[in-house]
Design a protein. Structure first.
Lengths: 113, 105
């Protein structure tokens, strides 16, 4: 069964560094999402992406964040200058057009030191 | 945006017991999903259920969209059912705070 994949599974970075989290959505999916979950808290929506542009973003998704679909398979989340409070699990999700069910990847645990 | 509330926040059961988890949402939904977060942090998709009833083994779910709630039933619970259960609604997937289930042997 096709699934969403994410790399790396765990990333450790120093405060102020740029990080890129990578996702490969399911191949025929057209809508893409990023979520984050700070340890012990609920999962929060960051951004949705369709047709090579952002559809919606939350108040969390400020100028430090950006998303890109650099080729036909990858979907990336970039954090320009990481802060301690960016430490969290980041989930990518995707869905097909015409259906609302979202399929989640296994997550990338980001630790900012 | 839509508000999603889950209850109870914590639930402790003996193995073999049944349980019901509830998810209330504040507006009509086009998507309602239940997830189980395993000890490694992965979100396991249990049900896509914006309305109606579905069953998968010992788990079943019912969403009454007109009354804005969904229920997740776990029957004959096992220790492997332990973890946090989340519901989430709509396109931007507003998550509830979760129910932490602990099943004791």
């Amino acid at each position: 069964e096709p699934e969403v994949t994410q790399t790396p599974s765990h990333q450790v970075t120093q405060m102020g560094q740029e990080v890129i989290l990578r996702c490969v959505p399911i191949s025929n999916h057209l809508y893409f999402y990023w979520y984050r979950q700070i340890l012990g808290q609920k999962v929060e929506f960051l951004v949705s992406f369709y047709n090579n542009e952002i559809s919606e973003k939350s108040e969390i998704f400020d100028d430090q964040f950006s998303v890109e679909r650099p080729d036909g398979s990858n979907f990336t989340l970039k954090i320009r200058s990481t802060k301690l409070e960016d430490s969290a699990m980041y989930f990518c999700a995707s869905r097909i057009r015409g259906a609302y069910e979202q399929y989640f990847g296994p997550g990338t645990r980001l630790t900012v030191t | 945006g839509i508000q999603v509330e889950q209850s109870p926040p914590d639930l402790i059961l003996q193995e073999g017991a049944n349980s019901t988890l509830r998810c209330n949402f504040s507006d009509s939904v086009n998507n309602l999903q239940w997830f189980h977060q395993n000890p490694w942090g992965q979100l396991i998709n249990l049900f896509y259920i914006p309305s109606g009833t579905k069953q998968n083994g010992r788990l079943s779910a019912t969403t009454v969209a007109t009354e804005r709630y969904s229920l997740l039933y776990i029957s004959s619970s096992q220790t492997t059912d332990s973890g946090v259960y989340f519901c989430a609604a709509n396109n931007d997937m507003r998550f509830g705070a979760g129910t932490r289930l602990t099943v004791k042997p």
